[in-house]
Design a protein around this ligand. Structure first.
Ligand code: GLN
Ligand code: ZN
Length: 771
């Protein structure tokens, strides 16, 4: 009898020490050759394969690697290259031009990057393929075959990862100039012919198995999409000869789409039972005898060590039902979404460390589960140490603090409400701050110059004392406040020079978070993020922002905004514990922020901004689940902010998401003033405000902070005029789209001077500013 095998759907591409990032950046700067870049890429692939093989993975992926993004790779494989890039002859140049845009004076090439958006509900971003009206598809299998052969040269057989045709179409956008009635599905037929050609060629190459990713099966599909999925499966399953197909889904349950997958006619199905546990019974009942199952029981989205006994019980149920040889054990999804290797963390808290598993460690878990194959209570090292870690985590005084649990249980509805309604608060705040109409402000951060980064690096390396570093930051803050006063801004900020990152900063100050040194995860291309790890019940040993805010306020008579990151954004941009419902963890974050707000208020700060740029990112993949999330997310913000006096003005800020469809929830957050980015979709947001009567003060961003270009006051006055048509001018604020940390001082000063001038012109023009 065959044994249960171990699979892996994809491995992080960036390398243990972010080698890919460095290689890409060198190449983009023109400091390395295509060959040198390729050498690094090939070494990374080799290292990944050998790591997986040595960990005992039976089904190794290939084509999971990418120089930028796997969706862009698939677009190139299918010939979906928009006309504007086709003039670029060199394939690598063309590829990076699509990913990042290209300006080249010598050749006159000036093309913007393609659109980028979030990959499902992860923090990974993919390049959105763009289908043109006269789209001609053309198969270019070179990347897929190159990686196959590269692995073979190492003596390894791989299972190529191929993004499926239906998900590819659903993740694409229709290019401009397309008749409005044209459906994306009109491209399915020619696309299917390419997939058929690809599979036939793979079979000819001797490939026995492919991993066909169809993650869109976890989304709500309309009837047409369901029908065309059906047709696609029928076409591809009938094809002969072809490799065996593992239909691969992840990030959630398939629910109503499960029957579709079960009748696909393919030889295998991969399901994510970490997030899709609710499908388990239906799979046990419905998997046809012709299909084998790849069971995603090891969480590929989070950093926790698997409780192997629990996962093994899950495996046992499937093994009993289907037998060992129809079963593979795997991570729930590609390991792209977790850091590479825990063994690079030398300084991690020794109590926390055994609770964690990064990509490399997760491979070992998959192997241990495949070996155990559901036999009860295996006695081996892997299971023994998993048991030990699980009990240490459960019993730790840091994961369960009775006083925190008691406080969360004692939350009552009154704590979610400000003392008065907005109108009454607003009147008191107007009297207190006596601001001019159309008050000007900024979003929080000011340029993080190389001086600032250098000072921080010196301090971290022990080359500067804490006192020296503090003195530097104070001087920087003072200079920033002086500049804002000189520019004539009405509401000031301290500049956030002491913060590297708006979430990690709070993670460092709160008890219940661990910070890694190398826990990087790819966000897009060469960009990586290092989310802090929220492992335990949260407490605030001491105020986190009060000294900086108090100091900044002491430098000016104008109102200074305290600056906090909101509970939902901290939750969204961290690795979050899996032993407590997310909403409970979010409430704990809200409570520590509530305390911080109280301290800021006592320290004399009259305004506090609580940023929630990630609120929309938390939305569940299916609309049916949205309301539950929005309820607790909005309530967490209210819990954090509602404890202050009427006279204290709460600001919030959001950016780079489409907020139109959740405006009523945003209104329910009940911030006194909300600043919002508009450059991405200036007209749309204003149209949204025309439809939805946002009740409180609002500052639609009047200039894009992503460009070094300095906007003119005329442009900004135009925008304010537009805004004044949909928002009563007395509730309108004037501010940039987002924080200024990525910009340089000279352009910031000029842009803000223009902005202040724009506000003055608009004030005069809008006259006495009636309501
Ligand atoms: N206050 C933060 C800043 O100005 C907000 C950043 C953000 O919206 N992502 O940088
Ligand atoms: Zn922002």
């Amino acid at each position: 009898m065959m044994a249960t095998t171990a699979g892996c759907l994809g491995y992080p591409r960036i390398g243990k020490a972010r080698e890919l990032k460095r290689a890409l950046e060198l190449y983009w700067q023109g400091r390395s050759t295509p060959d040198e870049l390729e050498r690094v890429a090939s070494a990374l692939r080799r290292e990944n394969w050998l790591t997986m093989r040595d960990a005992g993975v039976d089904h190794l992926p290939s084509n999971d690697f990418s120089l930028y993004d796997h969706v862009l790779d698939m677009a190139v494989t299918l010939g979906v290259v928009p006309a504007r890039y086709r003039a670029i002859e060199d394939p690598l140049d063309r590829y990076f031009a699509m990913a990042r845009g290209r300006q080249d004076a010598a050749t006159g090439i000036d093309v913007p990057a393609m659109e980028m958006t979030k990959w499902f509900d992860t923090n990974y971003h993919y390049i959105v393929p763009e289908l043109e009206a006269d789209q001609a598809f053309r198969l270019d299998g070179s990347k897929i075959f190159r990686e196959l052969r590269e692995a073979r040269a190492l003596g390894l057989r791989t299972r190529p990862v191929i993004l499926g045709p239906c998900s590819f179409l659903l993740l694409s956008k229709l290019g401009s100039g397309m008749e409005p009635s044209r459906s994306r599905w009109s491209f399915l037929e020619p696309l299917l012919r390419l997939y058929e050609e690809l599979f036939i060629r793979l079979a000819a190459e001797g490939v026995t198995d492919v991993q066909l990713d169809e993650p869109c099966l976890v989304l709500e599909l309309d009837e047409q999409a369901q029908d065309l999925y059906e047709l696609t499966f029928e076409r591809l399953s009938r094809l002969a000869p072809r490799p065996k197909i593992l239909l691969t889904t992840y990030f959630g349950p398939l629910r109503e789409n499960l029957p579709l997958a079960l009748r696909s006619g393919f030889e295998g199905l991969h399901v994510d039972v970490v997030r899709g546990e609710e499908d388990v019974e239906a799979i046990l009942d419905g998997l046809p005898p012709s299909m084998s199952l790849s069971l995603g029981v090891v969480d590929g989205r989070n950093v926790w060590r698997t409780h192997l006994d629990i996962a093994n019980e899950q495996v046992a149920r499937f093994r009993t039902r289907f037998g060992a040889d129809r079963l593979q054990v795997a991570p729930s999804c590609s390991l792209l979404h977790v850091p590479v290797d825990l063994s690079t963390e030398a300084r991690l808290d020794p109590e926390i460390r055994p609770w964690l598993a990064f990509a490399a460690q997760k491979l070992g878990e998959v192997r241990a589960l495949a070996d155990a194959a559901g036999t009860p209570t295996p006695q081996n090292d892997a299971f023994a140490s998993s048991r030990l870690a699980a009990s240490s985590r459960r019993l730790s005084l840091r994961t369960r603090k009775p006083e925190v649990r008691a406080r969360v249980s004692a939350i009552e509805p009154g704590m979610l409400r400000r003392a008065s309604e907005f109108d009454a608060r607003s009147e008191k705040q107007r009297a207190r701050f006596a601001l001019p109409p159309l008050p000007t402000t900024t979003i929080g951060s000011f340029p993080q110059t190389s001086d600032v980064r250098g000072a921080r690096a010196a301090f971290r390396a022990g080359k500067a004392t804490e006192a020296e570093y503090e003195a530097f930051l104070r001087a920087e803050t003072r200079r920033c406040v002086e500049k804002q006063e000189a520019l004539g801004l009405d509401v000031l900020v301290h500049g956030e020079f002491e913060r590297t990152d708006m979430v990690e900063y709070f993670g460092e100050k709160l008890d219940g978070f661990a910070i890694t040194e190398n826990g990087w995860v790819q966000s897009y291309g060469s960009r990586c993020v290092k989310p802090p790890i929220l492992f335990g019940d949260l407490t605030r040993p001491s105020p986190m922002t009060v000294p900086w805010s108090r100091y900044a306020q002491s430098l000016t008579n104008r109102p200074m905004k305290g600056m906090l990151t909101g509970p939902v954004t901290i939750l969204q941009w961290s690795f979050v514990r899996n032993d407590l419902p997310r909403e409970d963890t979010c409430r704990q974050i809200a409570l520590v922020l509530r305390d911080e707000l109280a301290d800021l208020e006592s320290a004399g700060l009259g305004m506090v901004q609580v940023d929630e740029p990630a609120i929309r990112e938390g939305l569940p993949l299916r609309k049916r689940d949205w309301n539950t999330y929005l309820r607790w997310a909005v309530d967490a913000f209210r819990l954090a902010t509602a404890g202050v006096r009427d006279e204290t003005q709460i600001h919030s800020h959001m950016c780079y998401s489409e907020f139109g469809d959740i405006l009523s929830s945003i209104a329910e957050m009940d911030a006194d003033v909300l600043s919002m980015e508009t450059s991405r979709s200036r007209m749309e947001l204003l149209a949204d405000f025309a439809r939805f009567d946002y009740p409180n003060d609002i500052g639609p961003g009047v200039y894009d902070i992503h460009s070094p270009r300095v906007p003119t006051s005329t442009e900004m006055v135009d925008l304010l005029r537009l805004a004044a048509r949909v928002v009563p001018p007395r509730r309108l604020w004037v501010n940039p789209d987002c924080g200024l940390k990525t910009r340089a001082w000279p352009e910031v000063e000029r842009a803000l001077a223009e902005m202040v001038a724009a506000a003055r012109i608009a004030r005069a023009e809008l006259g006495g500013l009636p309501s």
